[in-house]
Write a protein that binds this ligand. Structure first.
Ligand SMILES: NC(=O)c1ccc[n+]([C@@H]2O[C@H](COP(=O)([O-])OP(=O)(O)OC[C@H]3O[C@@H](n4cnc5c(N)ncnc54)[C@H](O)[C@@H]3O)[C@@H](O)[C@H]2O)c1
Length: 389
């Protein structure tokens, strides 16, 4: 195979962006062969692309013989069903985040991948923020032991501001039945993935989620969560879609120092002597280890979505290692589910969590929903998709 024939399922905001990237030649050795959407208006936007076959049923695209791989960019529940179908048909699959709405669905999707007969099938996830040089640098520093023993992580990610118009732009958005959650399911999968990728899995989560606090929606739009890690480290994760200007500030601490990311600035405050050792050995009462302030050389935000698609293509054609295996995607879903489950039950949730317990809660929320969605408006023309990342 010299080129990957890609099919994109769901060509709404994100799928449209991916499709145009491929059509504009931004992904070398990848051709857009087919697209699928249940909305004919979304398909019609590609009538100029004469060589791209159009489908209105994902199953038909998957079985068409026109594609080697699919990118799934539908609303979240479809990731599981369409993903399983594509995997069972032997296609390579790249799924948008989150890989599924809840942990039990992630397990079904991953089981389909593991059962797949074509062992060389690839299953990747669009965790585009993993291509950001800042997070890559931090990951390497942690792996190289430069931070020492992990002690604390705090992420305030409240700059996901969204308007009422955004929530009205899709019938599925911000409903338990259509989307399966709010800020934890739609905006935060990136940070939940990164916090897992960088710091590992916590063993306990306490979540405090406010539903429809800042918007006329039924799902969570403001969250504060406390995380406890197996080695005693702690974490706090704060997010909101109802705060402007908002903050994006990540701190990761170890006994050898502290990493701070805010905006494009990445700092490493390095303890000259590891603090646990210093505490035990320094004879003075009010001393602290001397600190070196280091500005890390990591600028820009990397190749993002193009980077993940280029990597997916290279993985299929050349066997390159995937930047984001879709099987990793269960961890960010579990973290978000645990925050919601804890908030709904008023109790801490131990990880690994019982996926079925959360699924039961979610089904109760869906069954009990009396929420009526505000009249749908079409997405404003000229909305810049890149401002949604
Ligand atoms: N990686 C990122 O940075 C990023 C950014 C935004 C959205 N997303 C993700 O992309 C996905 C889509 O979000 P969006 O904002 O583009 O939503 P959207 O509503 O704009 O688009 C979804 C499209 O899927 C179509 N669709 C629904 N069911 C379908 C089905 N069964 N078969 C085929 N098409 C179907 C809809 O008609 C619509 O055109 C979500 O998973 C979202 O979380 C990722």
């Amino acid at each position: 195979m010299k080129t990957v024939r890609l099919g994109i399922i769901g060509v709404g905001s994100m799928g449209h962006f991916h499709a145009r990237s491929v059509l504009e030649g931004k992904i070398a050795r990848c051709t857009l062969s087919a697209i699928c959407d249940i909305d004919p208006e979304r398909l019609a936007k590609f009538n100029d692309a004469k060589d791209v076959k159009q489908f209105n049923k994902s199953g038909e695209l998957i079985r068409s013989g026109e594609v080697d791989a699919v990118l799934i960019a539908t609303p979240h529940y479809g990731h599981t069903t369409i993903g399983i179908d594509a995997l069972q048909q032997g296609l390579h699959v790249l799924v948008e985040k989150p890989i599924s709405v809840h942990k039990a669905d992630c397990e079904k999707l991953i089981a389909a991948y593991k059962k797949s007969k074509k062992r060389k099938q690839l299953f990747a996830a669009m965790f585009n923020q993993r291509t950001d040089p800042k997070y890559q640098k931090i990951k390497k520093m942690i792996e190289d032991g430069e931070l020492g023993q992990f002690t604390r992580v705090n992420w305030i990610i409240t700059d996901w501001f969204r308007t009422e118009s955004y929530y009205a732009s899709g019938g599925w958005r911000a409903t338990w039945a259509g989307e399966g959650g709010g800020v934890l399911l739609n905006q935060c999968p990136h940070q939940l993935d990164l916090i897992w990728w960088l710091c590992g899995s916590p063993c306990e989560v306490h979540g405090f989620c406010d539903m429809g606090k800042r918007h006329n929606i039924e799902v969570e739009d403001e969250v504060t969560a406390y995380l406890k890690y197996p080695n005693g480290a702690t974490g706090v994760f704060i997010t909101s879609t109802g705060e402007a200007p908002g903050t994006n500030r990540l701190e990761i601490c170890g006994d050898k120092g502290k990493i701070l990311v805010e905006g494009d600035r990445v700092m490493f405050y390095r303890n000259e002597q590891p603090m646990f050792e210093f505490s035990k050995t320094d004879p003075r009462a009010f001393s602290k280890p001397p600190v070196w302030e280091i500005k890390l050389p990591a600028s820009g935000s990397g190749e993002q979505h193009h980077g993940i698609l280029r990597n997916f293509t290279a993985a299929i054609l050349d066997g390159a290692p995937l930047i984001a295996q879709a099987t990793d995607g269960i961890h960010s879903v579990e973290l978000g589910n645990a925050m919601l489950l804890s908030s709904l039950t008023g109790k801490g949730v131990k990880l690994p969590m019982d996926g079925k317990a959360y699924e039961r809660q979610l089904k109760k929320l869906i069954a009990g929903s009396t929420f009526k969605k505000a009249s749908l408006k079409k997405k404003a023309e000229g909305d810049d998709m890149s401002s949604s990342f």
